[in-house]
Design a protein around this ligand. Structure first.
Ligand SMILES: Cc1ncc(COP(=O)(O)O)c(C=O)c1O
Ligand SMILES: [Zn+2]
Length: 401
């Protein structure tokens, strides 16, 4: 692995080789970060060289693993100026392959799995990561074993099946799915690509940080609002900012990083409010924003550290506020967002309301996925207000799936 010098534990700084597949730190379970010789990369790799490169996340090849990319055209998504708020930008990740930002992480993870010659990958997923793994595994000719809650939006299940993945629907939440992967992976010979349990999904997600900087002319926004489940996007972007500073592309300035979660599952917000450095398991997690239904994030200590270092904050929004924001974005901006993405607008409204952000602050809101993957959720939410049957009930297809 030429460009990566080593993997480094985020807890104890132990170094491991990237020449063989690694999971987490063997000493303390810490998340591993890929490290590069940025000093050596610095002089040949300048911002100017990005001109004319492919409009995918692989345009930042020098700071990504040196392997043959398994790509479906992910990344370099539009950053749209809000029509409503002059200094707000919407980074529309719904335009990625499989309709969410999960494509970035799984493109990188599957690229490396292929590079290492791994044949079977397994993932517990709140939904969108499943579809993304299934697609990239199909493109790479690798087996995908997917475990997701049985009530995920129907698109997540159907696309995974079409991509040829082995899908198990679990009567529980993502933590239960993770336990099932953990129990079976050794006997089944699966490599676990769970959130933050291997080093390369972060590498894919960090490209969002490079893109925000490049698309804003290498100026950092005042704030970034990121819908947080496992928090990989926030963790990745923060890593990207550090790398860019070492490359001399930006200075020490950083955006205020804002976590938004659903009030029905807000472990990071609770920990933040209580001044803790790690989060507790959130009991009875429930929200229409399926991707935010992560009761305990493996990288909670990293997320909370980033919020603190960036002078950011953490905000909880209700499902009603999310759905209201979703409707509003669709009508005012022409953007049909995933509920998780709409949560970013709901949070922005709160942070404007309480004066955290001023009208002239430049703020980037991440729409992490397309609303088109949530038609059943939205249909259900719409109908339950009027007590009418959902279209799936009408079609007679509701039931255990
Ligand atoms: C659309 C969407 N947004 C946000 C998230 C949360 O992402 P992360 O786990 O990287 O915090 C997910 C996770 O499933 C998602 O599907
Ligand atoms: Zn360690």
């Amino acid at each position: 692995m030429a460009r990566i010098t080593h993997l480094e534990c985020t807890k104890c700084a132990q170094r491991l080789t990237a020449d063989t597949p690694q999971t987490v730190c063997p000493k303390d379970g810490g998340v591993l970060y890929a490290r590069y010789d940025l000093h050596a990369i610095k002089s040949p790799f300048s911002q100017g060289q990005l001109k004319g490169r492919a409009c995918t996340m692989w345009r930042y090849a020098e700071v990504l693993p040196e392997a043959n990319p398994v790509s479906l055209g992910e990344g370099f998504t539009p950053i749209l100026s809000s029509r409503e708020h002059p200094n707000v930008y919407i980074k529309d990740e719904g335009l990625n392959p499989t309709g969410s930002f999960k494509a970035r992480g799984l493109s990188a993870a599957v690229t490396m799995a292929k590079h290492y010659g791994l044949k079977k990958l397994a993932i517990p997923s709140a939904g969108n990561a499943a579809g993304a793994l299934a697609a990239y595994a199909a493109a790479a000719g690798i087996e995908a074993h997917i475990f997701m809650p049985k009530d995920v939006p129907i698109a997540n299940r159907i696309e995974s099946e079409y991509y040829g993945a082995h899908v198990t629907l679990v009567d529980g939440l993502i933590g239960d799915c993770a336990r099932m992967v953990g129990e079976r992976k050794k006997t089944e010979g699966w490599f676990d690509v769970s959130t933050l349990k291997e080093p390369f999904r972060v590498e894919g997600k960090k490209t969002m940080g490079y893109e925000v900087a490049e698309q804003l002319g290498w100026r950092m926004p005042q704030g970034i609002i990121y819908p947080t489940g496992g928090g990989v996007g926030m963790i990745g972007m923060w890593k990207a900012f550090d790398e860019m500073e070492q490359l001399g592309w930006i200075g020490p300035e950083r955006p205020q990083m804002i976590t938004v979660q659903s009030a029905g599952c807000a472990p990071i917000v609770k920990a933040w409010d209580e001044g803790k450095s790690a989060a507790e398991m959130w009991p009875n997690a429930a929200t229409t924003a399926a991707g935010l239904r992560v009761p305990k994030a493996y990288g909670d200590y990293l997320i909370l550290d980033i919020l603190r270092k960036s002078r950011g904050t953490a905000v909880a929004v209700t499902d009603e506020e999310i759905m209201d924001a979703l409707h509003h974005w669709a009508r005012v901006e022409g953007i049909f967002a995933a509920p998780e993405g709409a949560a970013a607008l709901a949070a922005y409204r709160k942070l404007r309301g309480n004066g955290f952000f001023q009208p002239d602050d430049t703020v980037v809101l991440f729409n992490t996925g397309t609303g088109l993957k949530y038609l059943d959720t939205m249909d259900g939410a719409q109908r339950s207000r009027t007590n009418l049957p959902t279209s799936r009930q009408i079609a007679g297809i509701i039931g255990p799936y």
